[in-house]
Design a protein around this ligand. Structure first.
Ligand SMILES: [Zn+2]
Length: 262
């Protein structure tokens, strides 16, 4: 009996490191976003609802979509920093207007910086007096090459959603994207002011689809940036806006979110 026990013990000791050795490479088998730190900023929050339609607030949709983006990225190995994970913002009591907005945005940028985020996405919903406007669009800062590639990737993936209006990635000078050294983009996932898109933006399935596309774009950004660049040459050339920009005209964004641009 004792001999059998000893034999089993020896066998167990022998097998233990072996099984660990077998498991190890599998565990290390890299997920596409292993070691990447990604900051996601759900725009607005607290007293600042963003754009709204009756009792439907942009801040709430931003948070739902941001959390879904976070889940999709985590599945691919990324470490996620959410700059807010509830209905609040960082402005201090007594602060008002622009001062409050800037303080809030600065805090969010600091959170991304403190966690050494590799990229920063600020997620928003658009609104316009022109009720016909619809479609997701992604913005980047003119001086950020990485920001541009990331924005092109996200816009390319969002455009692949069936029925999506074919907008292009655009330049923005909005505060958050301008003020951070981290490659940053502003993603407007759709227009709350458009009846069709307003309905979609409230559907969990559509929110998940947006999140999946954004996550796929981030994987593309890290793993095949060259593909993004070459795809977008055709894409952009096909778009008259690009030609106008080359000729020196300023293309005004259709975003109505002036508070971000201050
Ligand atoms: Zn917004």
């Amino acid at each position: 009996m004792r001999r059998i026990f000893l034999a089993l013990l020896v066998l167990a000791i022998y097998l233990l490191p072996l099984s660990t050795a077998c498991a190890s490479p599998k565990a290390k088998k890299s997920l596409p976003l292993n070691s990447k730190i990604i900051a996601i900023d759900p725009g607005h929050g607290g007293y600042d609802p963003g754009t709204l339609w009756e009792d439907l607030y942009e801040k709430d949709i931003n948070l739902i979509v941001a959390r879904k983006v976070a889940d999709n990225l985590k599945k691919n190995g990324a470490q996620i920093i959410l700059t807010r994970d509830g209905d609040y913002n960082y402005a201090l009591p007594g602060m008002r207007g622009r001062q409050a907005k800037r303080y809030d945005l600065n805090q969010r940028i600091e959170i991304a910086k403190a966690h050494k985020a590799d990229i920063l996405l600020t997620i928003h919903v658009n609104g316009s007096r022109k009720r016909g406007y619809e479609g997701a669009e992604t913005f980047y800062h003119a001086k950020s090459t990485d920001g541009k590639i990331l924005a092109l990737a996200i816009q390319q993936e969002l455009r692949s959603i069936p029925g999506m209006t074919q907008r292009i990635a655009k330049i923005t000078n909005c505060y958050m994207v301008r003020q951070t050294k981290i490659p940053a983009v502003l993603v407007e996932v759709g227009y709350l002011s458009n009846a069709h898109e307003r309905k979609l933006l409230q559907e969990a399935r559509y929110q998940e689809l947006l999140a999946q596309k954004i996550a796929e774009a981030i994987i593309l950004y890290y793993n095949s940036p060259e593909t993004i660049k070459s795809n977008m040459i055709h894409d952009t050339l096909a778009n008259a806006n690009y030609v106008l920009r080359v000729m020196g005209y300023t293309i005004l964004g259709e975003s109505e979110e002036q508070e971000l641009i201050e």
